[in-house]
Design a protein around this ligand. Structure first.
Ligand SMILES: [Zn+2]
Length: 320
């Protein structure tokens, strides 16, 4: 990669889409950094000295792209700039200022809605970056801009994917604006006896066009996983969720861990949990996450991964 282009890619990494994505689409205020995972309850439970651990892309001009575990301050972890301060507060107040009640349809809806907004924001940002990179390559004479190229197609497909996510968001907007949340379905799994290790807020496509919002967060004496989807996707989502939970909790935890690592970029881990993983276990999580970043498909020989840990009386153990 030539130096000017590499510098530009680094600059793009800093670029942020800062439009407020509130459901009326009328707000002109700049978006703030909002948490996609509840800061006061969930990140507070996972953090250690004000930090959690998140997988982060590392671009190196010689070694290429890799993923590393990075300590991230709680105030920045899982944040995205997709809502202005007022809309962030007004829309998500019920789950930011109270513990999430999985019997409350509004709470479940808001968890999923936040995953949808975050994903839309991420795809918009990706579309802007890909478009700018494409134009820049053309401007420095690396590719022609007036005939079809791989870069041009990539830019177009990133934009199409963002637009599809936007259309999906409209289904959620409609539910919220009409005060009829019934079109969004949820499957809630309580996983007892687990230490606080992981939190997830993500919208993903497990196989085809169908989308599942997944939230995982520590709760009293365990963890809760909430899978949410629009009713029009019910038939396609069923194969992934219908047999959960099984009678084998360990197998369920491995399956959910696999789903998280393969599909969700927006997850954070408790530092105490990461510390007791062996280097090999950490590498396996990061490798699988990187391999599935663009392909969605895990290699057939992918190792078993578990992001959960049984609760012990003394809490997660530390590596000697
Ligand atoms: Zn706003």
């Amino acid at each position: 990669m030539n130096k000017e282009l590499l510098n530009y890619v680094f600059r793009l990494q800093q670029c942020r889409v800062i439009r407020c994505l509130e459901p009326h689409e009328q707000c002109a205020a700049d978006a703030i950094r909002s948490h996609s995972v509840q800061n006061a309850s969930v990140l507070a439970t996972l953090q250690e000295n004000g930090h959690v651990i998140a997988p982060q892309l590392k671009i190196d001009s010689k070694k290429g792209t890799s993923l590393v575990f990075k300590r991230v301050g709680r105030s920045r972890a899982t944040t995205f700039t997709g809502l202005c301060a007022e809309h962030d507060y007004r829309i998500f107040k019920p789950i930011e200022h109270n513990e999430v009640d999985t019997q409350n349809p509004l709470h479940l809806f808001l968890l999923a809605y936040r995953a949808v907004l975050r994903e839309l924001h991420a795809t918009m940002e990706a579309a802007v970056k890909t478009r700018l990179a494409y134009r820049k390559k053309g401007d420095v004479g690396l590719i022609p801009l007036d005939v079809p190229t791989t870069e041009g197609m990539e830019s177009l497909s990133t934009m199409m994917s963002s637009y599809d996510t936007y259309e999906h968001k409209l289904l959620y907007d409609r539910a919220l604006l009409t005060d009829d949340l019934s079109a969004i379905k949820h499957r809630v799994l309580f996983l007892p006896g687990l230490a606080p290790t992981v939190a997830v807020n993500s919208l993903f496509q497990p196989a085809g066009e169908e989308r599942i919002a997944l939230n995982v967060f520590p709760t009293q004496d365990g963890a809760t996983a909430v899978f949410s989807y629009h009713e029009s996707d019910a038939r396609h989502v069923a194969p992934f969720l219908d047999d959960l939970p099984t009678t084998n909790q360990e197998a369920d935890l491995e399956r959910i861990s696999q789903l998280i690592v393969e599909n969700c970029e927006n997850f954070v881990l408790a530092p105490a949990f990461v510390r007791q993983l062996t280097d090999e276990q950490q590498r396996q999580i990061l490798d699988l996450s990187l391999e599935t970043l663009y392909t969605r498909k895990a290699p057939p020989d992918a190792p078993t991964i578990n992001l959960f840990q049984k609760q012990t009386k003394t809490g997660p153990t530390t590596k000697p």
